[in-house]
Design a protein around this ligand. Structure first.
Ligand code: F6R
Length: 243
């Protein structure tokens, strides 16, 4: 794993956007795996700036988001559909038909998950997967457990995740208890992975994913198996990292 520590969130976000931009410039029809949550917001802001400055063209880019709450309507302001639109899609020239997010309101979860995996496969797999890190070590919504699931699936959210994500909702009771998420194989099959970690509350878990041990109790520890993963952290998140 290539580890980079940046002075602050802003520098981390700009460096991440540069990596995404380099990917798109080297392959205009890149397939990007995208994350939601607080961490990548600065990166999306910088990508929008690059697009508005005429430095970046999303016309041929294809995207697959990691996850969506279940059940949630697309137009719910807490949905990841809404998030992606607000922070990225509506500001750039991406073809809406090229953007994919699991349907968190599907009547047939099994069909939705199979279809999502097939669409990723048909697109040629993910060229660059952007990830955030849960405080419990989750990536996507692959939560710590005795076993992890390879492909797209419905998963219950752990109490720690519900608690952490309740900051976006009026009350903790409103946080959906399930999500549809890409699985570990979907993520690990990406050609390149970019993991972003920001803030003091991630320092403890950040240091545990680099310690040479791989455990299903910390799904992000599996990233140590991937041949082309870059981790960008801000100084607060990197407090316990040793070089
Ligand atoms: C979001 C996702 C999650 C988040 C993680 C960190 O699509 O898959 O794994 O990346 O929960 O969230 P933040 O960035 O809000 O701390």
């Amino acid at each position: 794993m290539n580890k980079i520590i940046c002075e602050n969130y802003d520098k981390m976000s700009k460096m991440a956007a540069q990596i995404v931009s380099d990917q798109i410039k080297s392959k205009p029809d890149s397939v990007l795996g995208l994350a939601t949550g607080s961490t990548p917001i600065g990166m999306y802001k910088e990508l929008v700036r690059m697009f508005q400055a005429g430095e970046l063209d999303f016309a041929k880019v294809i995207t697959f988001n990691l996850d969506e709450y279940y059940r949630i309507e697309k137009n719910n302001q807490q949905s990841y559909h809404y998030f992606m639109n607000e922070h990225l899609f509506k500001h750039i020239n991406i073809n809406p038909e090229n953007t994919h997010i699991p349907d968190g309101n599907t009547e047939s979860v099994e069909k939705e998950c199979k279809n999502y995996d097939n669409m990723i496969k048909k697109a040629g797999g993910i060229d660059l997967q952007v990830l955030g890190l849960g405080i419990n070590g989750h990536i996507g919504f692959n939560e710590p457990d005795s076993e992890l699931i390879a492909y797209t699936h419905l998963t219950p959210l752990k109490q720690k995740t519900i608690q952490a994500n309740s900051r976006f909702f009026n009350s903790i009771d409103e946080v959906p208890k399930h999500a549809i998420t890409m699985g570990m194989a979907n993520i690990l099959q990406a050609k390149k992975i970019l993991l972003l970690i920001s803030g003091k509350n991630k320092a403890e878990i950040a240091h545990k994913i680099f310690n040479g041990k791989i455990t299903t109790n910390i799904p992000a520890s599996f990233l140590q198996l991937h041949p082309d993963t870059t981790v960008i952290m801000d100084r607060e998140a990197a407090e316990y990292i040793e070089f």
